[in-house]
Design a binder for this molecule. Structure first.
Ligand SMILES: Cc1cc2nc3c(=O)[nH]c(=O)nc-3n(C[C@H](O)[C@H](O)[C@H](O)COP(=O)(O)O)c2cc1C
Length: 237
């Protein structure tokens, strides 16, 4: 932990703002590369890495993406646009690699079992949610007698799991942008079907966030930072 300190971290946290107007200056691609590198190190469910990052550079695609983002000023004026997606089915992409990794690392057998048995079971919902329904019934019955995970049954539940992890990656991304003295804006104001079409995504891909990146024009926002009092949201129970 040498060389790390909380004030620097908190400065980065406060340096990040949602910027709606960027300068027309292109930014150095290395800034985005570094931010993407930080994004993939976000904590994520079962380390299944069910996310993808699309750095949209091709001009026609970029113009269509801006339109799909409802032509928001942040999207229109951004130097770079990154789309972050989540797909619960992508556990299949990482699963064998994780199993191989547990072997290389000589992990306890239970870890290998977790990836070879539990993860494939958890991430499946079956034909028309049939396995999901079975999981739901079993979890409700077992839940009468012991603590159980109740909300990883249906396709929508597993999408939620994947979306949570992708959102954490989005936060890593924007903090890394701020740490390099650049600016960003997360956007969920988009037409998901249109974004999906621009990128040629599959039907199990969910668009989690479009992140606009650039250099703020002036302060780039019409408001000063604001949060409701901590006492209303932080509960010591
Ligand atoms: C999930 C999510 C979706 C958002 N969508 C948009 C958006 O579509 N357009 C926009 O201008 N800002 C968007 N924002 C930015 C928020 O409005 C902003 O984070 C909030 O007002 C707090 O301001 P701050 O980020 O400057 O602290 C979004 C933020 C998050 C986390």
């Amino acid at each position: 932990m040498n060389g790390l300190n909380y004030p620097d971290f908190f400065n980065v946290v406060r340096r990040r703002r949602s910027i709606r107007k960027f300068t027309s200056e292109p930014i150095d691609g290395a800034v985005v590369e570094r931010a993407l590198k930080a994004a993939v190190w976000a904590p994520n469910s079962s380390n299944s890495q069910t996310w993808d990052f699309y750095w949209v550079q091709e001009p026609t695609k970029k113009a269509l993406l801006v339109k799909a983002c409802l032509s928001q000023v942040a999207a229109r004026s951004a130097s770079e646009l990154i789309v972050i997606t989540a797909n619960p089915r992508k556990w299949r992409r990482s699963n064998q690699q994780l199993i191989d990794w547990t072997e290389r690392e000589h992990a306890p057998p239970i870890v290998k079992k977790y990836y070879s048995k539990l993860v494939p079971f958890v991430y499946r919902w079956g034909w028309f949610n049939s396995l999901g329904l079975l999981k739901w019934i079993v979890s409700r019955v077992m839940g009468l007698f012991m603590p159980v995970i109740r909300n990883q049954c249906f396709r929508s539940d597993l999408e939620c799991v994947a979306i949570k992890s992708a959102a954490l990656a989005a936060e890593n991304l924007v903090l890394a942008i701020a740490a390099q003295d650049h600016d960003s804006c997360m956007m969920e104001g988009f037409d998901e079907a249109r974004v999906r079409k621009v990128l040629g995504l599959g039907r199990f891909d969910r668009v989690v966030m479009v992140v606009a990146i650039g250099k703020a024009l002036g302060n780039g926002t019409w408001n000063s930072p604001f949060r409701i009092p901590n006492s209303e949201v932080i509960h010591r129970v």
